[in-house]
Design a protein around this ligand. Structure first.
Ligand SMILES: NC(=O)c1ccc[n+]([C@@H]2O[C@H](COP(=O)([O-])OP(=O)(O)OC[C@H]3O[C@@H](n4cnc5c(N)ncnc54)[C@H](O)[C@@H]3O)[C@@H](O)[C@H]2O)c1
Ligand SMILES: Nc1ncnc2c1ncn2[C@@H]1O[C@H](COP(=O)(O)OP(=O)(O)OP(=O)(O)O)[C@@H](O)[C@H]1O
Length: 275
């Protein structure tokens, strides 16, 4: 490796200071460094493109933002735990240097995380199309209302129900909103999709684990103000006759690891104990 990206959270000054220290450490070892935020990465893609690894200094939200950069430039992400939970982090601010030594000496390993793609069709025209690492959520816009949504799987009607929302999650997102909504935990290596209702009203539809080539379609059975939200960070308003289709994306997101795969379960149990 010759060029490393270091992404920090502009809302968390400690991550910028840590980023400066890590950049200096990498520079002392002869590596080129890009240091910035997800906004600057979008503004200067040519400076980011040469990076062969992107460190994400912050919590899971910063990792989600780093992932979009990693997907765009096909570079792996290394999460550095500097957030409240930092579930997706692999190393800490202290152990990042040891982790970098491993990766810079061709050690460690890289996984390929499944992504989901959301399409919105309005009168037959595609008006939205984007990717998510955690999940695509169809949710109410007004706190006091529910969404009344009809769900189909591979164009076969499944059911319709009233709920706060409904989501399609990846394995990565199975420990996020999907878990809070009662879904199962999927191993990060799984390419299955999860269909989970959020606070469903009188619904008996359990969370469904679906094969990766499934198409999940949503239409609004009754129009209450509704949006779709990708990874809790990017949203798009939905109109009454829109069709939303969620599928597994062709793209993947790679994460860098310095601990064995079973480390996922160790960190899961540690975090569940913290609840
Ligand atoms: N009730 C809930 O649990 C709830 C509600 C809204 C959003 N979310 C999640 O928050 C994500 C956005 O994260 P953020 O940090 O930008 O928002 P945020 O700051 O609202 O974080 C929500 C919580 O979800 C955790 N989280 C995020 N991704 C995770 C993952 N893959 N595995 C385990 N925990 C994860 C975060 O660490 C944080 O504790 C969304 O993709 C959604 O999955 C969860
Ligand atoms: N580059 C950025 N620009 C604007 N907001 C950002 C940026 N990076 C992160 N954020 C937002 O800051 C908030 C907190 O960031 P982050 O999730 O990294 O830390 P945290 O919430 O403390 O950690 P965790 O998510 O692990 O609990 C998130 O909502 C995230 O979307």
């Amino acid at each position: 490796m010759h060029t490393i990206g270091v992404l920090y959270n502009p809302l968390a000054p400690a991550t910028a200071q840590a980023g400066e220290r890590i950049a200096a450490w990498l520079g002392e070892r002869g590596l080129s460094v890009w240091l910035g935020t997800s906004q600057s990465a979008r503004d200067e893609p040519d400076l980011v493109a040469p990076c062969q690894l992107m460190l994400a200094l912050g919590g899971d939200g910063t990792v989600l933002r780093a992932a979009r950069i990693g997907i765009t430039h096909n570079m792996p992400i290394l999460g550095v735990a500097m957030g409240h939970l930092s579930f997706m982090a692999e190393v800490t601010e202290e152990s990042v240097y040891e982790g970098l030594e491993v990766l810079l000496n061709s050690g460690g390993w890289y996984d390929q995380r499944t992504l989901v793609r959301a399409r919105v069709l309005r009168q037959g025209q595609e008006i939205f199309n984007d990717l998510a690492l955690n999940e695509v959520l169809l949710s109410r816009r007004d706190v006091a209302r529910v969404v009344h949504v009809s769900v189909a799987i591979d164009d076969m009607p499944l059911t319709s129900y009233r709920a706060d929302g409904v989501l399609v999650s990846t394995a990565t997102g199975s420990t996020a909103y999907a878990l809070a909504a009662g879904g199962p935990v999927l191993d990060p290596r799984s390419d299955s999709l999860l269909l989970v209702t959020v606070a469903g009203h009188l619904t008996s539809l359990p969370a469904l684990v679906l094969p990766p080539d499934t198409k999940i379609s949503w239409t609004l059975a009754r129009h209450h103000p509704t949006i779709i939200s990708l990874d809790g960070q990017w949203s798009f308003p939905i109109e009454p006759d829109d069709l939303i289709e969620v599928t597994r994306a062709q793209e993947i997101c790679r994460f860098a690891h310095v601990y064995p795969q079973a480390h996922f379960y160790q960190s899961l149990t540690q975090r569940l104990r913290r609840q």
